[in-house]
Design a protein around this ligand. Structure first.
Ligand code: PEP
Length: 257
């Protein structure tokens, strides 16, 4: 498949299904998606259903171009932590990715840059690729604090990581004001932040890792805005919420640039 924006970093389109879909609905959506994008060989695709749907969806996507991810994990390997799930458990359910520090987890479940950091370390230890979400609120953007918020999220969230950790880690820039609101960052706003994030990685981990780290954009991505976003030099893919719930819509994003 010919794509207009071939970059050195392989694009990833990741779907975050949040708290939607029963097991049966998740399986049906995954089956439909797998058929719709069966010809895709050029980009990485991941879907992250709820914990209860991981195993059945894993059976559906095995051997296809669709990888499986989880929406969260706990950093301890096992123990008396009612309601939690470890990275090894996610791997055993077929996951290769895990979303960490989504703004909904920060907003409703008290996650902080410190817990994000612990979760990233646990994921990497068990060979799960962490997709680490960062991003500013509307108030922070309006008061010109976007970059200082990102400085802190990256400094604390990636604290004590070593360069080899960065080889698998993926960053998702998700401006909180654009998540589920229908408001998308303009291409220029996304590019400016992605470039800034890359410069933070360069300062912390050097030029090579800054050039190789993938930075996804998330926030009301749809079939009609993916192409323009992907033309931005520092946008390497997308983390898609609402528009990933429907297989046809999500397939148009996967095949749409
Ligand atoms: C998300 O939940 O990560 C997200 C980006 O949601 P939406 O695409 O619905 O804005």
């Amino acid at each position: 498949m010919l794509r207009s924006n071939m970059k050195r970093r392989k694009p990833l389109i990741a779907g975050n299904w949040k708290m939607f879909k029963t097991c049966q609905e998740a399986v049906e959506t995954a089956q439909h998606l797998v058929k719709l994008i069966a010809d895709n060989t050029t980009i990485d695709v991941m879907i992250a259903p709820t914990f209860t749907s991981l195993m059945p969806v894993s059976d559906v996507v095995k051997g296809t171009c669709v990888a499986l991810g989880a929406q969260n994990l706990f950093w301890e390997p096992e123990g008396a932590y009612t309601g939690e799930i470890s990275s090894a458990m996610l791997v055993s359910a077929g996951c290769s990715y895990v979303i960490i520090g989504h703004s909904e987890r920060r907003q409703y479940f008290g996650e902080t840059d410190i817990t994000v950091n612990k979760k990233i370390k646990a994921a990497i230890k068990d060979n799960l690729t962490p997709i680490v979400c960062v991003g500013e609120s509307e108030k922070e953007r309006e008061s010109n604090h976007t970059f200082s918020v990102l400085d802190k999220q990256i400094a604390k969230g990636l604290e004590d990581l070593i360069p080899s950790d960065l080889e698998t880690l993926i960053i998702a820039y998700e401006p909180v004001w654009a998540i589920g609101t229908g408001k998308t960052a303009t291409n220029e706003q996304a590019q400016a932040v992605h470039q800034y994030l890359r410069s933070l990685i360069e300062k912390k981990f050097g030029n090579n890792l800054a050039n190789s780290v993938s930075i996804l954009y998330g926030g009301s991505v749809k079939p009609d805005n993916i192409k323009e976003l992907m033309l931005m030099p520092d946008v390497d893919g997308a983390l898609v919420g609402g528009a990933s719930l429907n297989a046809e819509t999500f397939s148009k994003i996967v095949l749409g640039f």
